[in-house]
Design a protein around this ligand. Sequence first.
Ligand SMILES: C/C(=C\COP(=O)(O)O)CCC[C@H](C)CCC[C@H](C)CCCC(C)C
Ligand SMILES: Nc1ccn([C@@H]2O[C@H](COP(=O)(O)OP(=O)(O)O)[C@@H](O)[C@H]2O)c(=O)n1
Length: 390
Amino acid sequence: MAHSARCSPSGLTARAQRCGFGFGGGAPRPLLRAALPGLQRPTPTTAASALAATVAAPTAAAAAAAAAVATVAAASAAPAAAAAVAPPAVLSRVLPSLGALPPGYDFAVAAFAAVGAVVWVKLFKSAAARGLLDSNLCRKLVHLTAGPLFVLAWPFFSSLPAARFVAAAVPCVNAARLLLVGSGAVPDPALVKSTSRSGDRRELLGGPLYYVAVLTAVTLIFWRDSPASLIAVAMVCGGDGLADIVGRRWGRGNPLPWNGDKSWAGSTGFWVGGAAMAMGLIAVFQACGLLAQYHFAALAPIVWVVCLVCTLIESLPVAGALDDNLSVPLAAVGVSLLLLPLASAASGHYAAAAAAAGPAPAACAAAAGGAQPGAPLLAVAKAALAAVTG
Ligand SMILES: C/C(=C\COP(=O)(O)O)CCC[C@H](C)CCC[C@H](C)CCCC(C)C
Ligand SMILES: Nc1ccn([C@@H]2O[C@H](COP(=O)(O)OP(=O)(O)O)[C@@H](O)[C@H]2O)c(=O)n1
């Protein structure tokens, strides 16, 4: 009984809900008040002003974007005031006694991420400006790390429906910076040096702007409800980022037959880097109680297939027609949406197999994929066959 409750889909959902990702929540627990006696419930608008002030400091561009955050604050004020917010799973695990969260909580998390983004890019800016790192390597390291770091902040946001809009303000602030610096309205030579190939500020309006636009779109559309967001971010950041780093270093002498500018080494870097980052992000999210409706072993083969398609797309000689910061995430989302129903079906299969396997908790994990070699592929193949034959 206890075993099937842990392994069945409903058991997983219940676990996720216990972890704080079920919607709704209880009244603030006395323990929270006891732990934080001076805690004032900030209104969303004051929290937004705090975010605006923090974000506005580094550049004038951020001020404009912070105004957008204030608008989100006003829009989310009503639901935030009405609902007690369950703490995010990641905090519930560390602080099991934590009760409902104050309404301004999401703005504080977004402010933290926005400041983190400025500091992170600044680190690479100064490394490039001092000549400590080659500016192309700096650009690719920013490319490789900014997206996954942003996504790793998602589990810290609350379960409120408005949380995704508050989170999306972080890449929006960066989009505003890129627009202002790229158009020449605000001079920032160090940002240009760390994010462009040639040192031409107008480049910021291409690849880097698409990059933050993709982060904004996946936050708003998929958020942490679908692995599609994590897979798309991993392809753009881990895949494309590593293809460049690996390809430039080890790609001479092994060009792709259909594109002499790219190499087998770079494309292998894309495939392995993208898939490894996607699976790493999914594993972290699942450890936080998110995406609990999917079994990890059912997602893994899908990640490799999506990554293979994206590797092929990235390798095509169409650079002038469509920037790979757009073509790659579009392909990742499209193929993920096609294949994720198979992962759902295979996850159900794992849960049923685990429920039938017996009460020992260890058997739960074993039956769920660890014990039988090839079980994940078999489950996905069965689900694909069932989908095709109806
Ligand atoms: C250099 C970048 C893209 C270039 O693409 P490509 O032309 O080489 O294909 C990426 C630019 C990133 C941007 C300036 C900063 C993005 C920050 C992100 C939205 C948030 C990070 C938050 C975290 C907590 C550090
Ligand atoms: N599949 C790939 C991708 C990139 N690369 C190497 O990385 C360099 C930059 O790749 P890219 O033009 O796709 O760069 P971005 O547009 O992603 O910034 C190429 O000139 C190749 O040297 C590779 O060898 N193989």
